[in-house]
Write a protein that binds this ligand. Structure first.
Ligand code: C2E
Ligand code: MG
Ligand code: MG
Ligand code: MG
Length: 288
């Protein structure tokens, strides 16, 4: 049988595979101590109003500064954290840290924190959000929680109740990566989201692709009718920024405006922009 399977049989014994398994195992072990060793940090990426270029807020994006491997992206360790149950304490740390750091910014500037679907289903989420707000003193109206469609995949009342409880605290609820899940439009009827972020896969094809243009325009129109703020993610150039503005998105976020930056650089970015105003269609001279 091994012969019949040919090369595939050997795949499981390939040294790269063993290395990858070991890397995963190391990641798991390291992640366990990362909180205690204070190895996580949040970077912040601005959300810009498309009409006047003001900074509406920042999205907190977690990174792991690994002592040997350097900066590790959330895509590499959040799934491991979800699998091991570490997502709950890491998520709490992110909430608390984001709220605390946002307290140093002007009152009008919001803070968005990502909540994983695993973290969402944990009983402690509402309590964690309430505590983060109480301990840091952040006004609840400045906090946005970003969830993905997968949270609503199981059509049960528990998740809807959690969303309502979070809303009752005064925070805003955002649907992240809109358009990448299933029956996306149905979810918007089931729960009144405050904001929808259109996934960057649609923005990437603008302005040329007629399909993406139609989708973005339709979502923006729906946002207008339902009173939902529409944000375009992954705006990478001027043509895309012009397109999402023209198609009716309220906010834009992406490398063209600013990459995610360390917390220490946020106040300078805000003041350099004089009240957070976008100059000349760009946040930072030349590069962005
Ligand atoms: P997300 O919430 O959809 O965040 C947007 C991601 O797109 C970020 O990647 C950001 O750096 C990237 N991005 C922003 N502008 C552009 C652009 O113009 N072009 C491209 N190609 N990418 C852009 P990042 O920071 O690697 O985060 C990846 C994902 O990890 C996030 O996706 C979010 O789902 C998750 N994540 C990040 N921080 C946290 C956290 O604190 N908790 C949880 N549970 N998940 C987090
Ligand atoms: Mg997000
Ligand atoms: Mg997103
Ligand atoms: Mg995403």
């Amino acid at each position: 049988r091994a012969k019949a399977d040919g090369r595939n049989t050997h795949r499981f014994f390939a040294p790269e595979m063993a290395e990858r398994l070991k890397a995963f195992h190391d990641l798991k072990l390291g992640l366990h101590d990362a909180l205690r060793r204070d190895e996580f940090e949040l970077h912040y990426q601005p959300l810009i109003a498309t009409d006047d270029g003001h900074i509406r807020g920042f999205e907190a994006l977690i990174r792991w500064r690994h002592p040997r491997l350097g900066l590790i992206s959330p895509a590499d360790f959040i799934p491991v954290a979800e699998e091991t149950g570490l997502i709950a304490p890491i998520g709490e740390w992110a909430l608390r840290t984001a709220c605390r750091e946002a307290m140093r910014w002007p009152d009008g500037i919001g803070i968005s924190v990502n909540v994983s679907s695993v973290q969402f289903r944990n009983k402690g989420l509402v309590e964690a959000v309430r505590n983060a707000l109480a301990d840091t003193g952040l006004a609840p109206g400045r906090l946005e929680l970003e969830i993905t469609e997968s949270v609503l995949l199981q059509d049960d009342d528990t998740n809807l109740n959690t969303l309502r409880e979070l809303r009752a605290l005064g925070t805003r609820i955002v649907m992240d990566d809109f358009g990448t899940g299933y029956s996306a439009l149905g979810y918007l009827c089931r729960f009144p989201f405050d904001k929808v972020k259109i996934d960057r896969s649609f923005v990437a094809d603008l302005p040329r692709c007629t399909g993406s243009t139609a989708v973005v325009q339709a979502v923006a129109g729906m946002g207008r009718n339902l009173g939902i703020v529409i944000t375009a993610e992954g705006v990478e150039d001027r043509a895309q920024l012009d397109a999402v503005r023209r198609l009716g998105c309220h906010e834009a976020q992406g490398f063209h405006l600013s990459r995610p930056i360390p917390a220490a650089e946020v106040p300078a970015l805000i003041s350099r922009l004089q009240d957070g105003r976008l100059q000349d269609g760009r946040l930072q001279g030349g590069r962005l």
